[in-house]
Design a protein. Structure first.
Length: 132
């Protein structure tokens, strides 16, 4: 396997998933020969799966701003999945990842990320993951 920017991007996506889920890249609970990326994709096929993948230590509660926190968690999750695109040419550059993460503070950036994410990924994503 040739190591290049796109493989680094994939690895960065794995790190982001580790941060959001609180799990390691390979866990017995995922099943045999299933990694964190495959596990998250499988879980996101159901509406309940979204809350199952988020690390309970970062889930919002009533004392914190739940909408803001969930929006940020969803952004990081989307960026991670974008980085984990099966085809290397569909993965963003690190500059694009940085833009996605730093431009997330404006409400319109979230919807534009959703649009570009779903177009580039060319996959059926759960509606609540795409439309935050």
């Amino acid at each position: 396997m040739k190591v290049d920017e796109k493989s680094d991007i994939y690895s960065f996506g794995v790190v982001l998933l580790e941060l959001v889920t609180g799990r390691r890249p390979f866990e017995p609970e995922f099943g045999e020969a299933i990694d964190i990326a495959q596990w998250v994709r499988m879980k996101l096929q159901s509406k309940e799966g979204l809350m199952e993948v988020i690390d309970p230590r970062i889930k919002p509660d009533s004392n914190r701003e739940p909408n803001v926190i969930m929006t940020q968690i969803m952004l990081v999750l989307k960026v991670a999945l974008h980085c984990l695109a099966e085809l290397p040419m569909q993965r963003p550059t690190m500059r694009e990842v940085l833009q996605m993460l730093t431009n997330s503070s404006s409400p319109s950036s979230s919807s534009s990320l959703s649009s570009s994410f779903s177009k580039k990924m060319c996959i059926d994503s759960p509606p609540d993951l795409i439309s935050i």
